[in-house]
Structure formats: structure tokens, C-alpha cells
Ligand binder design. Structure first.
Ligand code: PMP
Length: 463
């Protein structure tokens, strides 16, 4: 464990803190407490660790707070690749191509059998919006404008714009931002622990069949898209039962509903495969990704689709409007694909997918070990370095643990110098899952250190 190099903290850090307090509107943060406490300013990162403006070191078990910095902090190789590209060509609108844009698209498609085209933009929300727009246009081009509805799932999240919020299964996040975009319809979640289908012989099949019921209720000729996270992230790290995905795919095929997998969190290695959906042997029509694509070294997101979908948008000479009439200005920034190439090279060269599987197994075993000691842990879930522990007040009734206590665990870890996450102000009554997504470079010592910190916090908060 090393201390922050003193050079990382500017001498005039107090003026930085005051400037922040006076002028920065932070994401996702109630600001009233900042009238009496300092905002947290992170000044430097290296590997799995970050240092704040007080010089305090933190082990980051959530990769930049929101599961993003997959290859860890301080990667000079990525910074160099971005710098080299920026001095050659920083930007040109993506109606033209760029060298890193073409090269990264080829690398990416190589990892995604069955997929063919990459559309660049800047954030997960935007990547998902592109899919929603494509589906509406396909509905116009092929189905007389009728097959426009998008199904999304309870507990899933797809972004922050009004339309992405229209597709959110986390009501507390969407509340206050209506009216929403019409045409978005919710389907039930697939969290076996919460047993929404108590009579089911096979839980995965029952949860998938519940989607079919919604399609039939809405009318199959009106439903264009089913949009799902491969493993629900912020909604509680929900790993679906094995039978779920094949049945979902079957249902989509049956009703000609395009399948969109939102890999904004799981994409590019997080779960130990390049993409989360690749654990389940399914063939999506759209895949979106953002956070881990360049590990936060540059802003980039991708909407990836098949040649069959792309073909529907090919110019029709008799109709001059028959192409995807969309642009993302900064989708033409070359820093994104340049960083993404370097990021992917690191994952391959350092065998980080293999490491993610091995360390993920260790993490789940560790959390199960904690569950033997702490009765407050009701369920442990995980795939690769993406794990969750659902906290309950009572194991028999599965009554969720008090949200304030769940947040107290997060705060206790923070005080120890360990950054973890939890479902927070998103699911009424169910903000009770601790979330972990350490970088794919995690060592056994890192995983054990995270576990030990959580152990201490659970003991202090719940005993
Ligand atoms: N999809 C999922 C599954 C996410 O978790 C997020 C962000 N947390 C988004 C989409 C939106 O991404 P962004 O914040 O980059 O718009």
C-alpha cells in the first residue's frame, strides 16, 4: 500500500475545494450536506487505488464509482495512444471515417460473432437511444409505423435521458421526470431470490414466459424491441437462471421482436467474457456498450448491430430518406476508439478475462463465507468481477434490510478507505444490495482486502 505522491495534491487544494463547493453541481448527489462537509475530490489513481484531496488512499472496489475503469488507473499505454492520435487528428465528423474508428470496429466485431456494424457515440444513454431510434425507423420502413413499442424490464436501467428513463425499471430514478416518451412497456424481472413466480417448475422459463405474456397483451405486431441488461447491474446485480436467456431468445424470434442487450456495464470483460450475453449462447440484434470500452480514459460508446439490421437502412434510391438520419457530434472524436484499442490490447495481453473469472470465483466464495457469519446477507450473486450481496432484515421472510443501514455499510467502508456501491434510491423498498465491481486486474490480495473491509463494516453496522 503506497501513499499518494505529494505532487498529486496541488498546494492550493483549498481553493479547488472552494471552487468545487461554489460552482460544481455533482452527479447523483444531494448537495445540502456539502454546506458543512467538504466535497470529495479525487486527485490521482494508480492500479486499483485512488487518492483524495486529503491524501487519503482508497481501494476502489467499484472501478471509478460506476463500474468503469476496468483496466485500472494510471495506464500510460492508453494515455500515450490517445495523445499520439490527438496530435495526428483529434476530430472529424463521423460521416467520414477515421483510422482508429475503423480499426477498433474491426477488433470489436472480431469478438462478437454474428454482429457486423458499429455506430459510435459518447454515453450509454446515447448508445441506447440510437437503438430506440433505429427500431422506430425500422417500424416505419417495414411495418407501417406500427411495430414501435419497446419492452424493458423491472429493475433494469438504460440511461438518464427522458427516453432512456422511459425504459427504466427503477421507478425512484425516473420519478419527477415525466411525462415520459410513449411506447415503453415494462416486463417482470428474473430475480429468483425474490420469487415472483412461486409456482414455477423452472424459474427462468417462467420469467421468460412472463415477457411473452406482455407481448401477447400488447399485440405482437406492435412490439419492435426487447431491451434487457444481460445481468442487471444497478438494479441489484441480478444473474438470471440458466434457462432464462434461451427462452427469451426463442420468444423474440417467434414474435419478430428484435433483441437488444445493454452491455453498458457488462461489456468488454467485466463478467469474464467479452460480453455478458456470451455466457448464455444467445444472438442479439443490438448490443450497446460504454463504460468499460475505454475504461474511462476517453468518452466512447458503441451501438453494435447485425448486417441484417444494417441492410434495412441501406439507401433506397427511390426514397432519399431511407438511411439512419442520426449524428452524434462527439462520436467523431478519435480519442475514444484510440483509447478503446489500447484498452482491448491490455485485456488480451494481460489475460484479464481469465483473471476476471478466477478472481470473480474467489470473490463469490469470500462473500458466501461472509454470509455464514453475517445473517444479514440473504443472497450472494455474481458473474466474473461483478458481484452483489443482498442484505435482509430476516432470512426467513427476506424482508429487505433497512436502507439507512445499507448506506451505513457503504459509509463505514468509505471511512476505512474502501469504496463499494449499493443500490440506492432507485427501487422502492429494495435498495438493499451491496455491489462490487473491482478492476479486472484485481489480485487475490485485493479481493481478500475488500472482503475483510466489508466484514468489518457489517459487524459494526449490524451487531
Ligand atoms: N445502461 C446501463 C446498464 C447502465 O448501468 C448505465 C449507467 N449506469 C447506462 C446505460 C447509462 O450510461 P451513461 O451514464 O453513460 O449514459
Amino acid at each position: 500500500v503506497t501513499a499518494a505522491p505529494p505532487s498529486a495534491i496541488p498546494n492550493d487544494i483549498s481553493s479547488v475545494i472552494e471552487a468545487d463547493r461554489a460552482h460544481v453541481w455533482h452527479h447523483l448527489l444531494p448537495h445540502k450536506p456539502l454546506e458543512t462537509t467538504d466535497p470529495r475530490i479525487i486527485v490521482e489513481g494508480k492500479g486499483m487505488r485512488v487518492w483524495d484531496a486529503t491524501g487519503k488512499e482508497h481501494l476502489d472496489a467499484v472501478s471509478g464509482g460506476v463500474w468503469t475503469v476496468n483496466v485500472g488507473y494510471g495506464r500510460e499505454e492508453i494515455a500515450d495512444a490517445v495523445r499520439d492520435q490527438l496530435v495526428k487528428l483529434n476530430y472529424f465528423a463521423n460521416s467520414a471515417g477515421s483510422i482508429p474508428g475503423a480499426q477498433f470496429a474491426e477488433m470489436l466485431i472480431d469478438k462478437m460473432p454474428g454482429m457486423s456494424r458499429v455506430y459510435y457515440s459518447n454515453s450509454g444513454s446515447e448508445a441506447n437511444e440510437k437503438v430506440f431510434k433505429m427500431v422506430r425507423q425500422i417500424s416505419q420502413l417495414r411495418h407501417g409505423g406500427k411495430k414501435y413499442k419497446v419492452l424493458y424490464r423491472e429493475r433494469d436501467y438504460h440511461g438518464t435521458t427522458i427516453t432512456a428513463l422511459s425504459a427504466t425499471g427503477q421507478p425512484q430514478r425516473a420519478a419527477q421526470y415525466g411525462p415520459y416518451t410513449p411506447g415503453f412497456v415494462e416486463v417482470p424481472h428474473c430475480l429468483e431470490y425474490r420469487n415472483q413466480f412461486p409456482d414455477a417448475e423452472d424459474y427462468g422459463i417462467a420469467a421468460a414466459n412472463a415477457i411473452e405474456e406482455v407481448i401477447l397483451r400488447e399485440g405482437p405486431d406492435t412490439v419492435g424491441l426487447l431491451c434487457l441488461e444481460p445481468i442487471t447491474a444497478g438494479g441489484g446485480v441480478i444473474t438470471p437462471p440458466p434457462s432464462y436467456w434461451p427462452r427469451v431468445q426463442e420468444i423474440c424470434k417467434k414474435y419478430d421482436v428484435l433483441l437488444h442487450i445493454d452491455e453498458v456495464v457488462c461489456g468488454v470483460g467485466r463478467t469474464g467474457t467479452w460480453f455478458g450475453y456470451q455466457h448464455y449462447g444467445i444472438e442479439p440484434d443490438f448490443v450497446t456498450m460504454a463504460k468499460g470500452v475505454a475504461s474511462g480514459y476517453a468518452a466512447i460508446s458503441c451501438t453494435v448491430t447485425t448486417e441484417a439490421v444494417f441492410e434495412m437502412f441501406k439507401d433506397d434510391v427511390s426514397d432519399p430518406l431511407h438511411y439512419f438520419r442520426d449524428i452524434s457530434t462527439f462520436g467523431g472524436c478519435t480519442a475514444g476508439p484510440a483509447a478503446a484499442i489500447a484498452n482491448m490490447n491490455i485485456i488480451v495481453r494481460e489475460n484479464l478475462l481469465e483473471n476476471t473469472i478466477a478472481m470473480g470465483e474467489r470473490f463469490v466464495n469470500n462473500l458466501q463465507g461472509l454470509a455464514e457469519k453475517h445473517r444479514v446477507i440473504g443472497d450472494v450473486r455474481g458473474k466474473g468481477l461483478f458481484c452483489g450481496a443482498e442484505l435482509v432484515a430476516d432470512r426467513a421472510t427476506k424482508e429487505p434490510a433497512d436502507e439507512k443501514k445499507v448506506q451505513a455499510v457503504v459509509a463505514d467502508c468509505m471511512a476505512q478507505g474502501l469504496i463499494i456501491g449499493a443500490t440506492n434510491r432507485s427501487l422502492p423498498g429494495f435498495n438493499n444490495t451491496l455491489c462490487f465491481s473491482p478492476a479486472l486486474i484485481s489480485t487475490a490480495d485485493d479481493i481478500d482486502e475488500i472482503t475483510a473491509g466489508v466484514d468489518k463494516a457489517l459487524t459494526r453496522v449490524f451487531s
